[in-house]
Design a protein around this ligand. Structure first.
Ligand code: XUL
Ligand code: CO
Length: 440
C-alpha cells in the first residue's frame, strides 16, 4: 500500500528549482573533501515525531492527519513501519532512529511488550533488507508510562529500576538484531523535582550502576557500538541529571564510564541549558566525546523544548564547523529530533520539513567547509594566541615555569598591550561566506 500518494522521490534539483518537493542544496552525491554529502551528513529520521506524534499540546488534542489514522494496536504499528520505509525511500535518507515505544505498543505485561517489539523488529528487519536506510540508534522510552513517575534508573523504587533494566536489556538486543550504529540514553525522567524528598547521591550512584550493567550486557552479547548520553537541563523534570555536556562528562569521569560513552548533542537542549548549539558541540569535541547530533532548533521566545526542524543557517554553519573540525561524526549522524508544527498537519508537511532541515545542513556544511579551507577563523585564532608560541607564553604551555618566575617576569613588564577580539568583523565574514556560498 502507498501512504504518501502525492509525493514522489525527492531529488536534488539545485537552487533554481521551483519544485517545493526537491532538494535545492542537499545533493547526496556531491563530494566535499573526498566524501559525499550523504556520507558526511548521515541524516536520520526520528520515528517518534514523524510517525507517532499527533500534534497534541497541553491545550488541545492532536491535529495531525495521517494516512495510517484508521489503524489500531499492532495493525497501526505495522502500518507505520510500511509508511516509514516509504518515507525513508522517498527522502533517500540513510538512517532512522526510534524508542521501543514508538515502534510497538506496550502490552499489559512486560512479556507481551517484548512480543510486540519482536514482531515489529522482525518486520523492520525485512524492510531493511531491501532499503538503504539503516538504524542510527535506538533507545528505551522510560518516561511516558506512569511507572516512571519518579524516574527509571534514578527512581526511588527498586522495582522500577529492575523493570527499566529489562527494557534496556531488550533495547540492546534489538540494537544488535537490527545492526544499530549507536545506542542512546536520554535522561527521560532521570532528575528531580525537589531536594526535600530526594537522595541525590543514591540516585546518581544508581544511574552509574545502571550504565555499568548496560556496558556489561552489551559486551556479553557482542554489541560493540558507542553508547550516547543525550544531555538536557530540564523538562520533564525541573533538574535533569545530564544537564549539559560538561555535567555529563564529569559524571562519566567520576564513575569510570568515559571509555564506553560519548554524547548525542541536541541543539534545543543546548539552548535550554543556556548554551549555544556550537558550545555543546565544542565541549564534546575538545574532549573527544562528540558522538552524534539531534539536529533541531528551539525558539528564542519560548523557554521549552520546541524541537523545530532546523532552518537557521547561521546555526547549521557553526554546528557543521564543529563537526568538520571533529573529523566528522564517525558512527553518529544528524538525527532530526524535530516535529512539524501543530498547524502543519498534512502528510506532505513531513516532506517539506525534512527537505528544509536537510537543505539547511547542506548549506551549513558548504559554508563551514569553505571557512575551514580558507582558514578564516583559524588564522585569526592562531594570531590571537601567538603569545603562547614564544618566550614566557611557550614556557607556560610547556610547563617550564612557575609562580616565582612569572612574578619576576611580571615585575619587569613596563606595559601590557592587548589587541581587539574583532568579533563584529568575524561575524561579518561568516555572513559574507554564507551569502557567497548560497548565491553560487
Ligand atoms: C527529548 C529527546 C528525546 C531523545 C531520545 O527531549 O530529545 O526524544 O532524543 O529519547
Ligand atoms: Co533528542
Amino acid at each position: 500500500m502507498t501512504f504518501f500518494e502525492n509525493v514522489n522521490r525527492i531529488n536534488y534539483e539545485g537552487p533554481s528549482s521551483k519544485n517545493p518537493l526537491s532538494f535545492k542544496y542537499y545533493n547526496p552525491e556531491e563530494v566535499i573533501n573526498g566524501q559525499t554529502m550523504e556520507e558526511i551528513l548521515r541524516f536520520s529520521v526520528a520515528y517518534w515525531h514523524t510517525f507517532t506524534a499527533d500534534g497534541s499540546d497541553p491545550f488541545g488534542v492532536g491535529t495531525m492527519v495521517r494516512p495510517w489514522d484508521g489503524y489500531k494496536g499492532m495493525d497501526l504499528a505495522k502500518a507505520r513501519v510500511e509508511a516509514a520505509f516509504e518515507l525513508f525511500n522517498k527522502l533517500n535518507v540513510p538512517f532512522f532512529c526510534f524508542h521501543d515505544a514508538d515502534i510497538a505498543p506496550e502490552g499489559s505485561t512486560l512479556k507481551e511488550t517484548y512480543n510486540n517489539i519482536d514482531t515489529i523488529v522482525g518486520m523492520i528487519k525485512d524492510y531493511m533488507k531491501t532499503s538503504k536506510t539503516k538504524l542510527l540508534w535506538n533507545t528505551a522510552n522510560m518516561f511516558t508510562n506512569p511507572r516512571y513517575v519518579h524516574g527509571a534508573a534514578t527512581s526511588c523504587n527498586a522495582d522500577v529500576f529492575a523493570h527499566s533494566a529489562a527494557k534496556v536489556k531488550k533495547g540492546l538486543e534489538v540494537a544488535k538484531e537490527l545492526g544499530a550504529e549507536n545506542y542512546v540514553f536520554w535522561g527521560g525522567r532521570e532528575g528531580y523535582e525537589t531536594l526535600l524528598n530526594t537522595d541525590m547521591k543514591l540516585e546518581q550512584d544508581n544511574l552509574a550502576r545502571f550504565f555499568h550493567m548496560a556496558v556489561d550486557y552489551a559486551n556479553e552479547i557482542g554489541l560493540n557500538v558507542p553508547f550516547l548520553i543525550e544531555p538536557k537541563p530540564k523538562e520533564p523534570t525541573k533538574h535533569q541529571y545530564d544537564f549539559d555536556v560538561a555535567t555529563g562528562l564529569a559524571f562519566l569521569q567520576k564513575y569510570d564510564l568515559t571509555k564506553y560513552f560519548k554524547f548525542n548533542i541536541e541543539a534545543n537542549h543546548a539552548t535550554l541549558a543556556g548554551h549555544t548549539f556550537e558550545h555543546e558541540l565544542r565541549v564534546a569535541r575538545i574532549n573527544g566525546m562528540l558522538g552524534s547530533v539531534d539536529a533541531n532548533q528551539g525558539d528564542v521566545l519560548l523557554g521549552w523544548d520546541t524541537d523545530e526542524f532546523p532552518t537557521d543557517l547561521y546555526s547549521t554553519t557553526l554546528a557543521m564547523y564543529e563537526i568538520l573540525k571533529n573529523g566528522g561524526l564517525g558512527k553518529g549522524g544528524l538525527n532530526f529530533d524535530a516535529k512539524v508544527r501543530r498547524g502543519s498537519f498534512e502528510p506532505e508537511d513531513l516532506f517539506h520539513a525534512h527537505i528544509a532541515g536537510m537543505d539547511s545542513f547542506a548549506i551549513g556544511l558548504k559554508v563551514a567547509n569553505k571557512l575551514i579551507e580558507d582558514k578564516v577563523l583559524d588564522d585569526f585564532i592562531t594570531e590571537r594566541y601567538s603569545s603562547y608560541t614564544q618566550g614566557i607564553g611557550l614556557d607556560i604551555v610547556e610547563g617550564k615555569t612557575n609562580f616565582k618566575e612569572l612574578e619576576a617576569y611580571a615585575l619587569g613588564l613596563t606595559e601590557i598591550k592587548n589587541y581587539s577580539g574583532r568579533q563584529e568583523r568575524l561575524k561579518a565574514l561568516v555572513n559574507q561566506y554564507l551569502l557567497e556560498t548560497i548565491s553560487k
